[in-house]
Structure formats: structure tokens, C-alpha cells
Ligand binder design. Sequence first.
Ligand SMILES: [Zn+2]
Length: 319
Amino acid sequence: MTSSLNPDSDSIRLGIDLGGTKTEIIALDHQGQTLLRQRTSTPSHSEHDTPEKNYQAIINNMVAMVQQVQQQLTIQDYTLGIGIPGAISLATGRVKNANTTCLIGNDLQGDIEHALQHKVVIANDADCFALSEATDGAAAGKPSVFAVIIGTGCGGGWVINGGLVSGPNAIAGEWGHNPLLWRDEQDTQIDCYCGQQGCLETLLSGPGMRQQARYETGVDQATEDWFAAYQQGDTQARQVIERYHRRLAKALAGVINTLDPHAIVLGGGVSNLDSIYQQVPQLWEEYVFSDTVTTPLLKAKYGDSSGVRGAAWLGSAIK
Ligand SMILES: [Zn+2]
């Protein structure tokens, strides 16, 4: 699968970010300028609905959003990409690993293409984030980019020469379900929903960081409160955040040792902790198998918009 800025194509890129609660659509021109952006609530499952009805309502909602944008912009020629909170199984072509569970097992691509009579490309939302940041975001122009959203989870994506790498199992970038390397005694080994113990996600995600900090200090507070206390010079928060920096450095050193990407981009709530960008590259030198490490660690340029923008670039892959 490839997707890149293509100045020869003047068709409008539509992207949809299908979230658990909100569905967003964006229209980009070929230079990445936003022409239009709209948001609706994702139809949710009510007690009177069957999962099939809920699924159909989600399809109908996305189709209506596309048709409305077509009318507003008076366009016929467009590409369409959709980012979903899950993945498409290469074995079956159907949705797997989605937390919007009514999607699971359905032929989302086929059903939308049938309803719109138009081609669609679908990818995981973290892959869309990576594609956005590699195309015209923080890592624009870098030959290879590893990008990860550290928020409620730890989902990543891997882009080479402007094209998403999916892999034969459709899991490239699923770094959050590796264990922490060079583990210290105080690093917890708790159960992850994936069935393993001690996954990076259980230590580095927002909820993981909060839980680990509670384990270390006995204090239970939101990650934002730890960040604020750290910035105010609180001693306990400094220890918590410094340990967090080191865990993230170890985890990313493992990525550098494996892929040696030209840039690493961070998104999600934890990426707002500004100290990461200075501290982590100093710490990872200890773990990367190289005399010097020049890999830039970058904050996402488009933040929460990267999911929907990446979905729009995804559609450019359709020929
Ligand atoms: Zn896991």
C-alpha cells in the first residue's frame, strides 16, 4: 500500500476518522489544505438495537457525511480513506481488534463501497496518524517514520517513503504489546487485555503511567496532574516522570535497534509532556547499539487532527 502527495492529481481527498463516540470527515486539496471539516456523533448501540442495526447505522452515517460533503463542495471526483479503531484482517477482509465491537467480523470496506459505489481504503487509526505525520506533518520528507499515539493505548504505525507498511499480519507498529526491555525492579508486570503481562502499553499509556505511579508512590492522580506537579518542581513527581522518561527511552531504543527510523513521532495525551523531547533522546543513547544516535524525536504537528488527515492521504493510494 502506498500513499503520497501527488501534485499531478487534483482530486479532493476525503478522510473519515471513525471513533467510538465521534465520526469526523475532512476534505483536503492536493496540497493538504483543509477545505472542509465536519463532525457527528457515532451512532451508538442502544438497548433496543441489535449489533447489526448499530453497524448499519454507522455505515449510513458515514455515507450521509460523504454525500453531504460532495454536495457542499460540488465534487464528483474524490478519493476516500477511513481510519478505524481496529484493523482489517488480511485473512478474511473483515474488521478485527475493534473496540467499537459491532464492526468486528463485518466487511466494512465492501459495505461502504457498495453503498457509495466508490472505492475506499481502510486502515487502523494509528496507521493513519503515522501516515499524516510522515506525509506533511512533523516528519515530512523523512524516508522512514515510526509514529506512535500514546494515549489510552499505545498504537503505532510504520511508514517508508510515504507508504504505510502493514505487513502480512496487519500489525506493523503494534509496539505497545511488546514487553519493556532492560526492566527495572520497580517496573510492574501487570496483565494486559491482549493476554500477556507487562506490555509497554501497561506502563507507558496514560492509564498505564497513572497505575505505575500509584504503585510507586501510593498517590493516585491523573497523568495531567503528574505533569503539572513535575513542571512545578515537585520532588515526588520528578521521580515519577524521570522513571517514565527512562522507560520510554528503553522502549524506543528497541525500535531504533530494530528499524532505525529516520524520525520517531509521538502523539496522544502523553506527547504533551514537553520534557520527553529533550530527556528521552539523551537517555536512549545508553541503550541504542551505536556510538552516536541522531534520530529525532518529534511531537506530532497535527495532534488530534492527524487521524482524519491521515485517512484522507490514505485514499490517495487508490489508482
Ligand atoms: Zn498487551
